[in-house]
Design a binder for this molecule. Sequence first.
Ligand code: GAL
Length: 423
Amino acid sequence: MAEFTRRQLLAAGAGVSALTLLPSCSKDAGQTQTGEKKVEVFSWWSGPGEQEGLDALIAEYKKQNPGVEFQNAAVAGGSGTQARQVLASRLLGKQPPDSYQLHAGLEAADDIKADRLEDITYLYEANGWKSKFPAGLVDKLTVGGKIYAVPVNIHRSNLMWFVPSKLKEWGLTPAKTWSELLTQAEALKAKNVNILSIGAPWTQQHLLENVLLGELGVDKYNGLWDGKTDWKSADVTKALETFKKVLSFSAVGTDDWQPTLDKVLAGSAAYHVMGDWAAGYLQGAKALKYKTGYDVVASPGSTGVYNFLADSFTLPKGAPHKAQAEAWLKLCASPEGQDLFNPKKGSVPARLDSDKSKYTDYLDWALKEWQNQSTKVVGSLVHGVVANNAFKAEIEKAYGVFVQDKDSAKFSGAVATAYGANK
Ligand code: GAL
């Protein structure tokens, strides 16, 4: 189910419909179910490098919708760990925001199946969006032929960030494989430098998915999510052993990704494996220049692979300000919205027709990689693409034990069982 090809993901949507009539519920833009002129948007973009992109969208929304109060309901915490808990209790209490962030893929499918979201196919049809987004991406927001969210970007998970002058000082070039990285780790240890800076559990699992990708390769990595790769196989065990060694040479803390990345900037660790929201932070909050102040390569063993995720916005069932939420979704889907948001967020546009000139420095490379015919696209575990919420929660639980007892066989056994129970 999780498997897909790059061609499927990048091809423009088929069966494009010309502009059709606007749906009736859009006629009363400015009116609301409650009569209030307001929109509440829920996300986890409140930290440096995340907030700037959201702020750009909010400013544009206010311009396009004068008189509508914008309530930014962002809940702090990288990868949405805290936000998702808050959201779950709001949805349970039947107090949905007007729109909330989720990831394309099995994370979205769970909310669709739980009947939390409105079918917004009518917005796709009315605005001609089907041909404007990669068909394979829209598929990851579709269940039973109905589309339930709007993708605002494409992020890449499998990246390794560093400071070029520091690597030079240590006589290193970016490691291309995990075993090369471990050799570098030994050399750096003598200099009292950690090979990686790692933070809160989600950042550790982010690293784990990319060690699995680099060690197993694309086919076997995909097989972890569609049952073709046995979690208990020797290959997976070997990759887990590599992961453990990497951890043992790393500075493992509990911080979120920004302070964890700061340790690389300060020179106490060589690299940080993180998604390209790091580019938004490094270029924005940290005002560093690509290639001189910071640089980035694909994480070891994953050159030519795009481990993707896509942030998307929804129209929850029972949203109190539906017309204003629709205006938000239209902005998120528009070329203007995407080109305001993504250059600041460190992501490439989900739309196929964005203004390429807006994507410079790291993002120029990212866009070329994303659009390169030979790039292989796989999906992220931590960021909602390849595992449903129940399976992901089981992996997180098993990981909590693994990081204590370091028992690879026990971990892979638990994950294999969880896969069987949740597929
Ligand atoms: C991801 C999200 C990104 C970024 C990251 C760190 O899950 O898709 O947009 O926010 O978390 O918080």
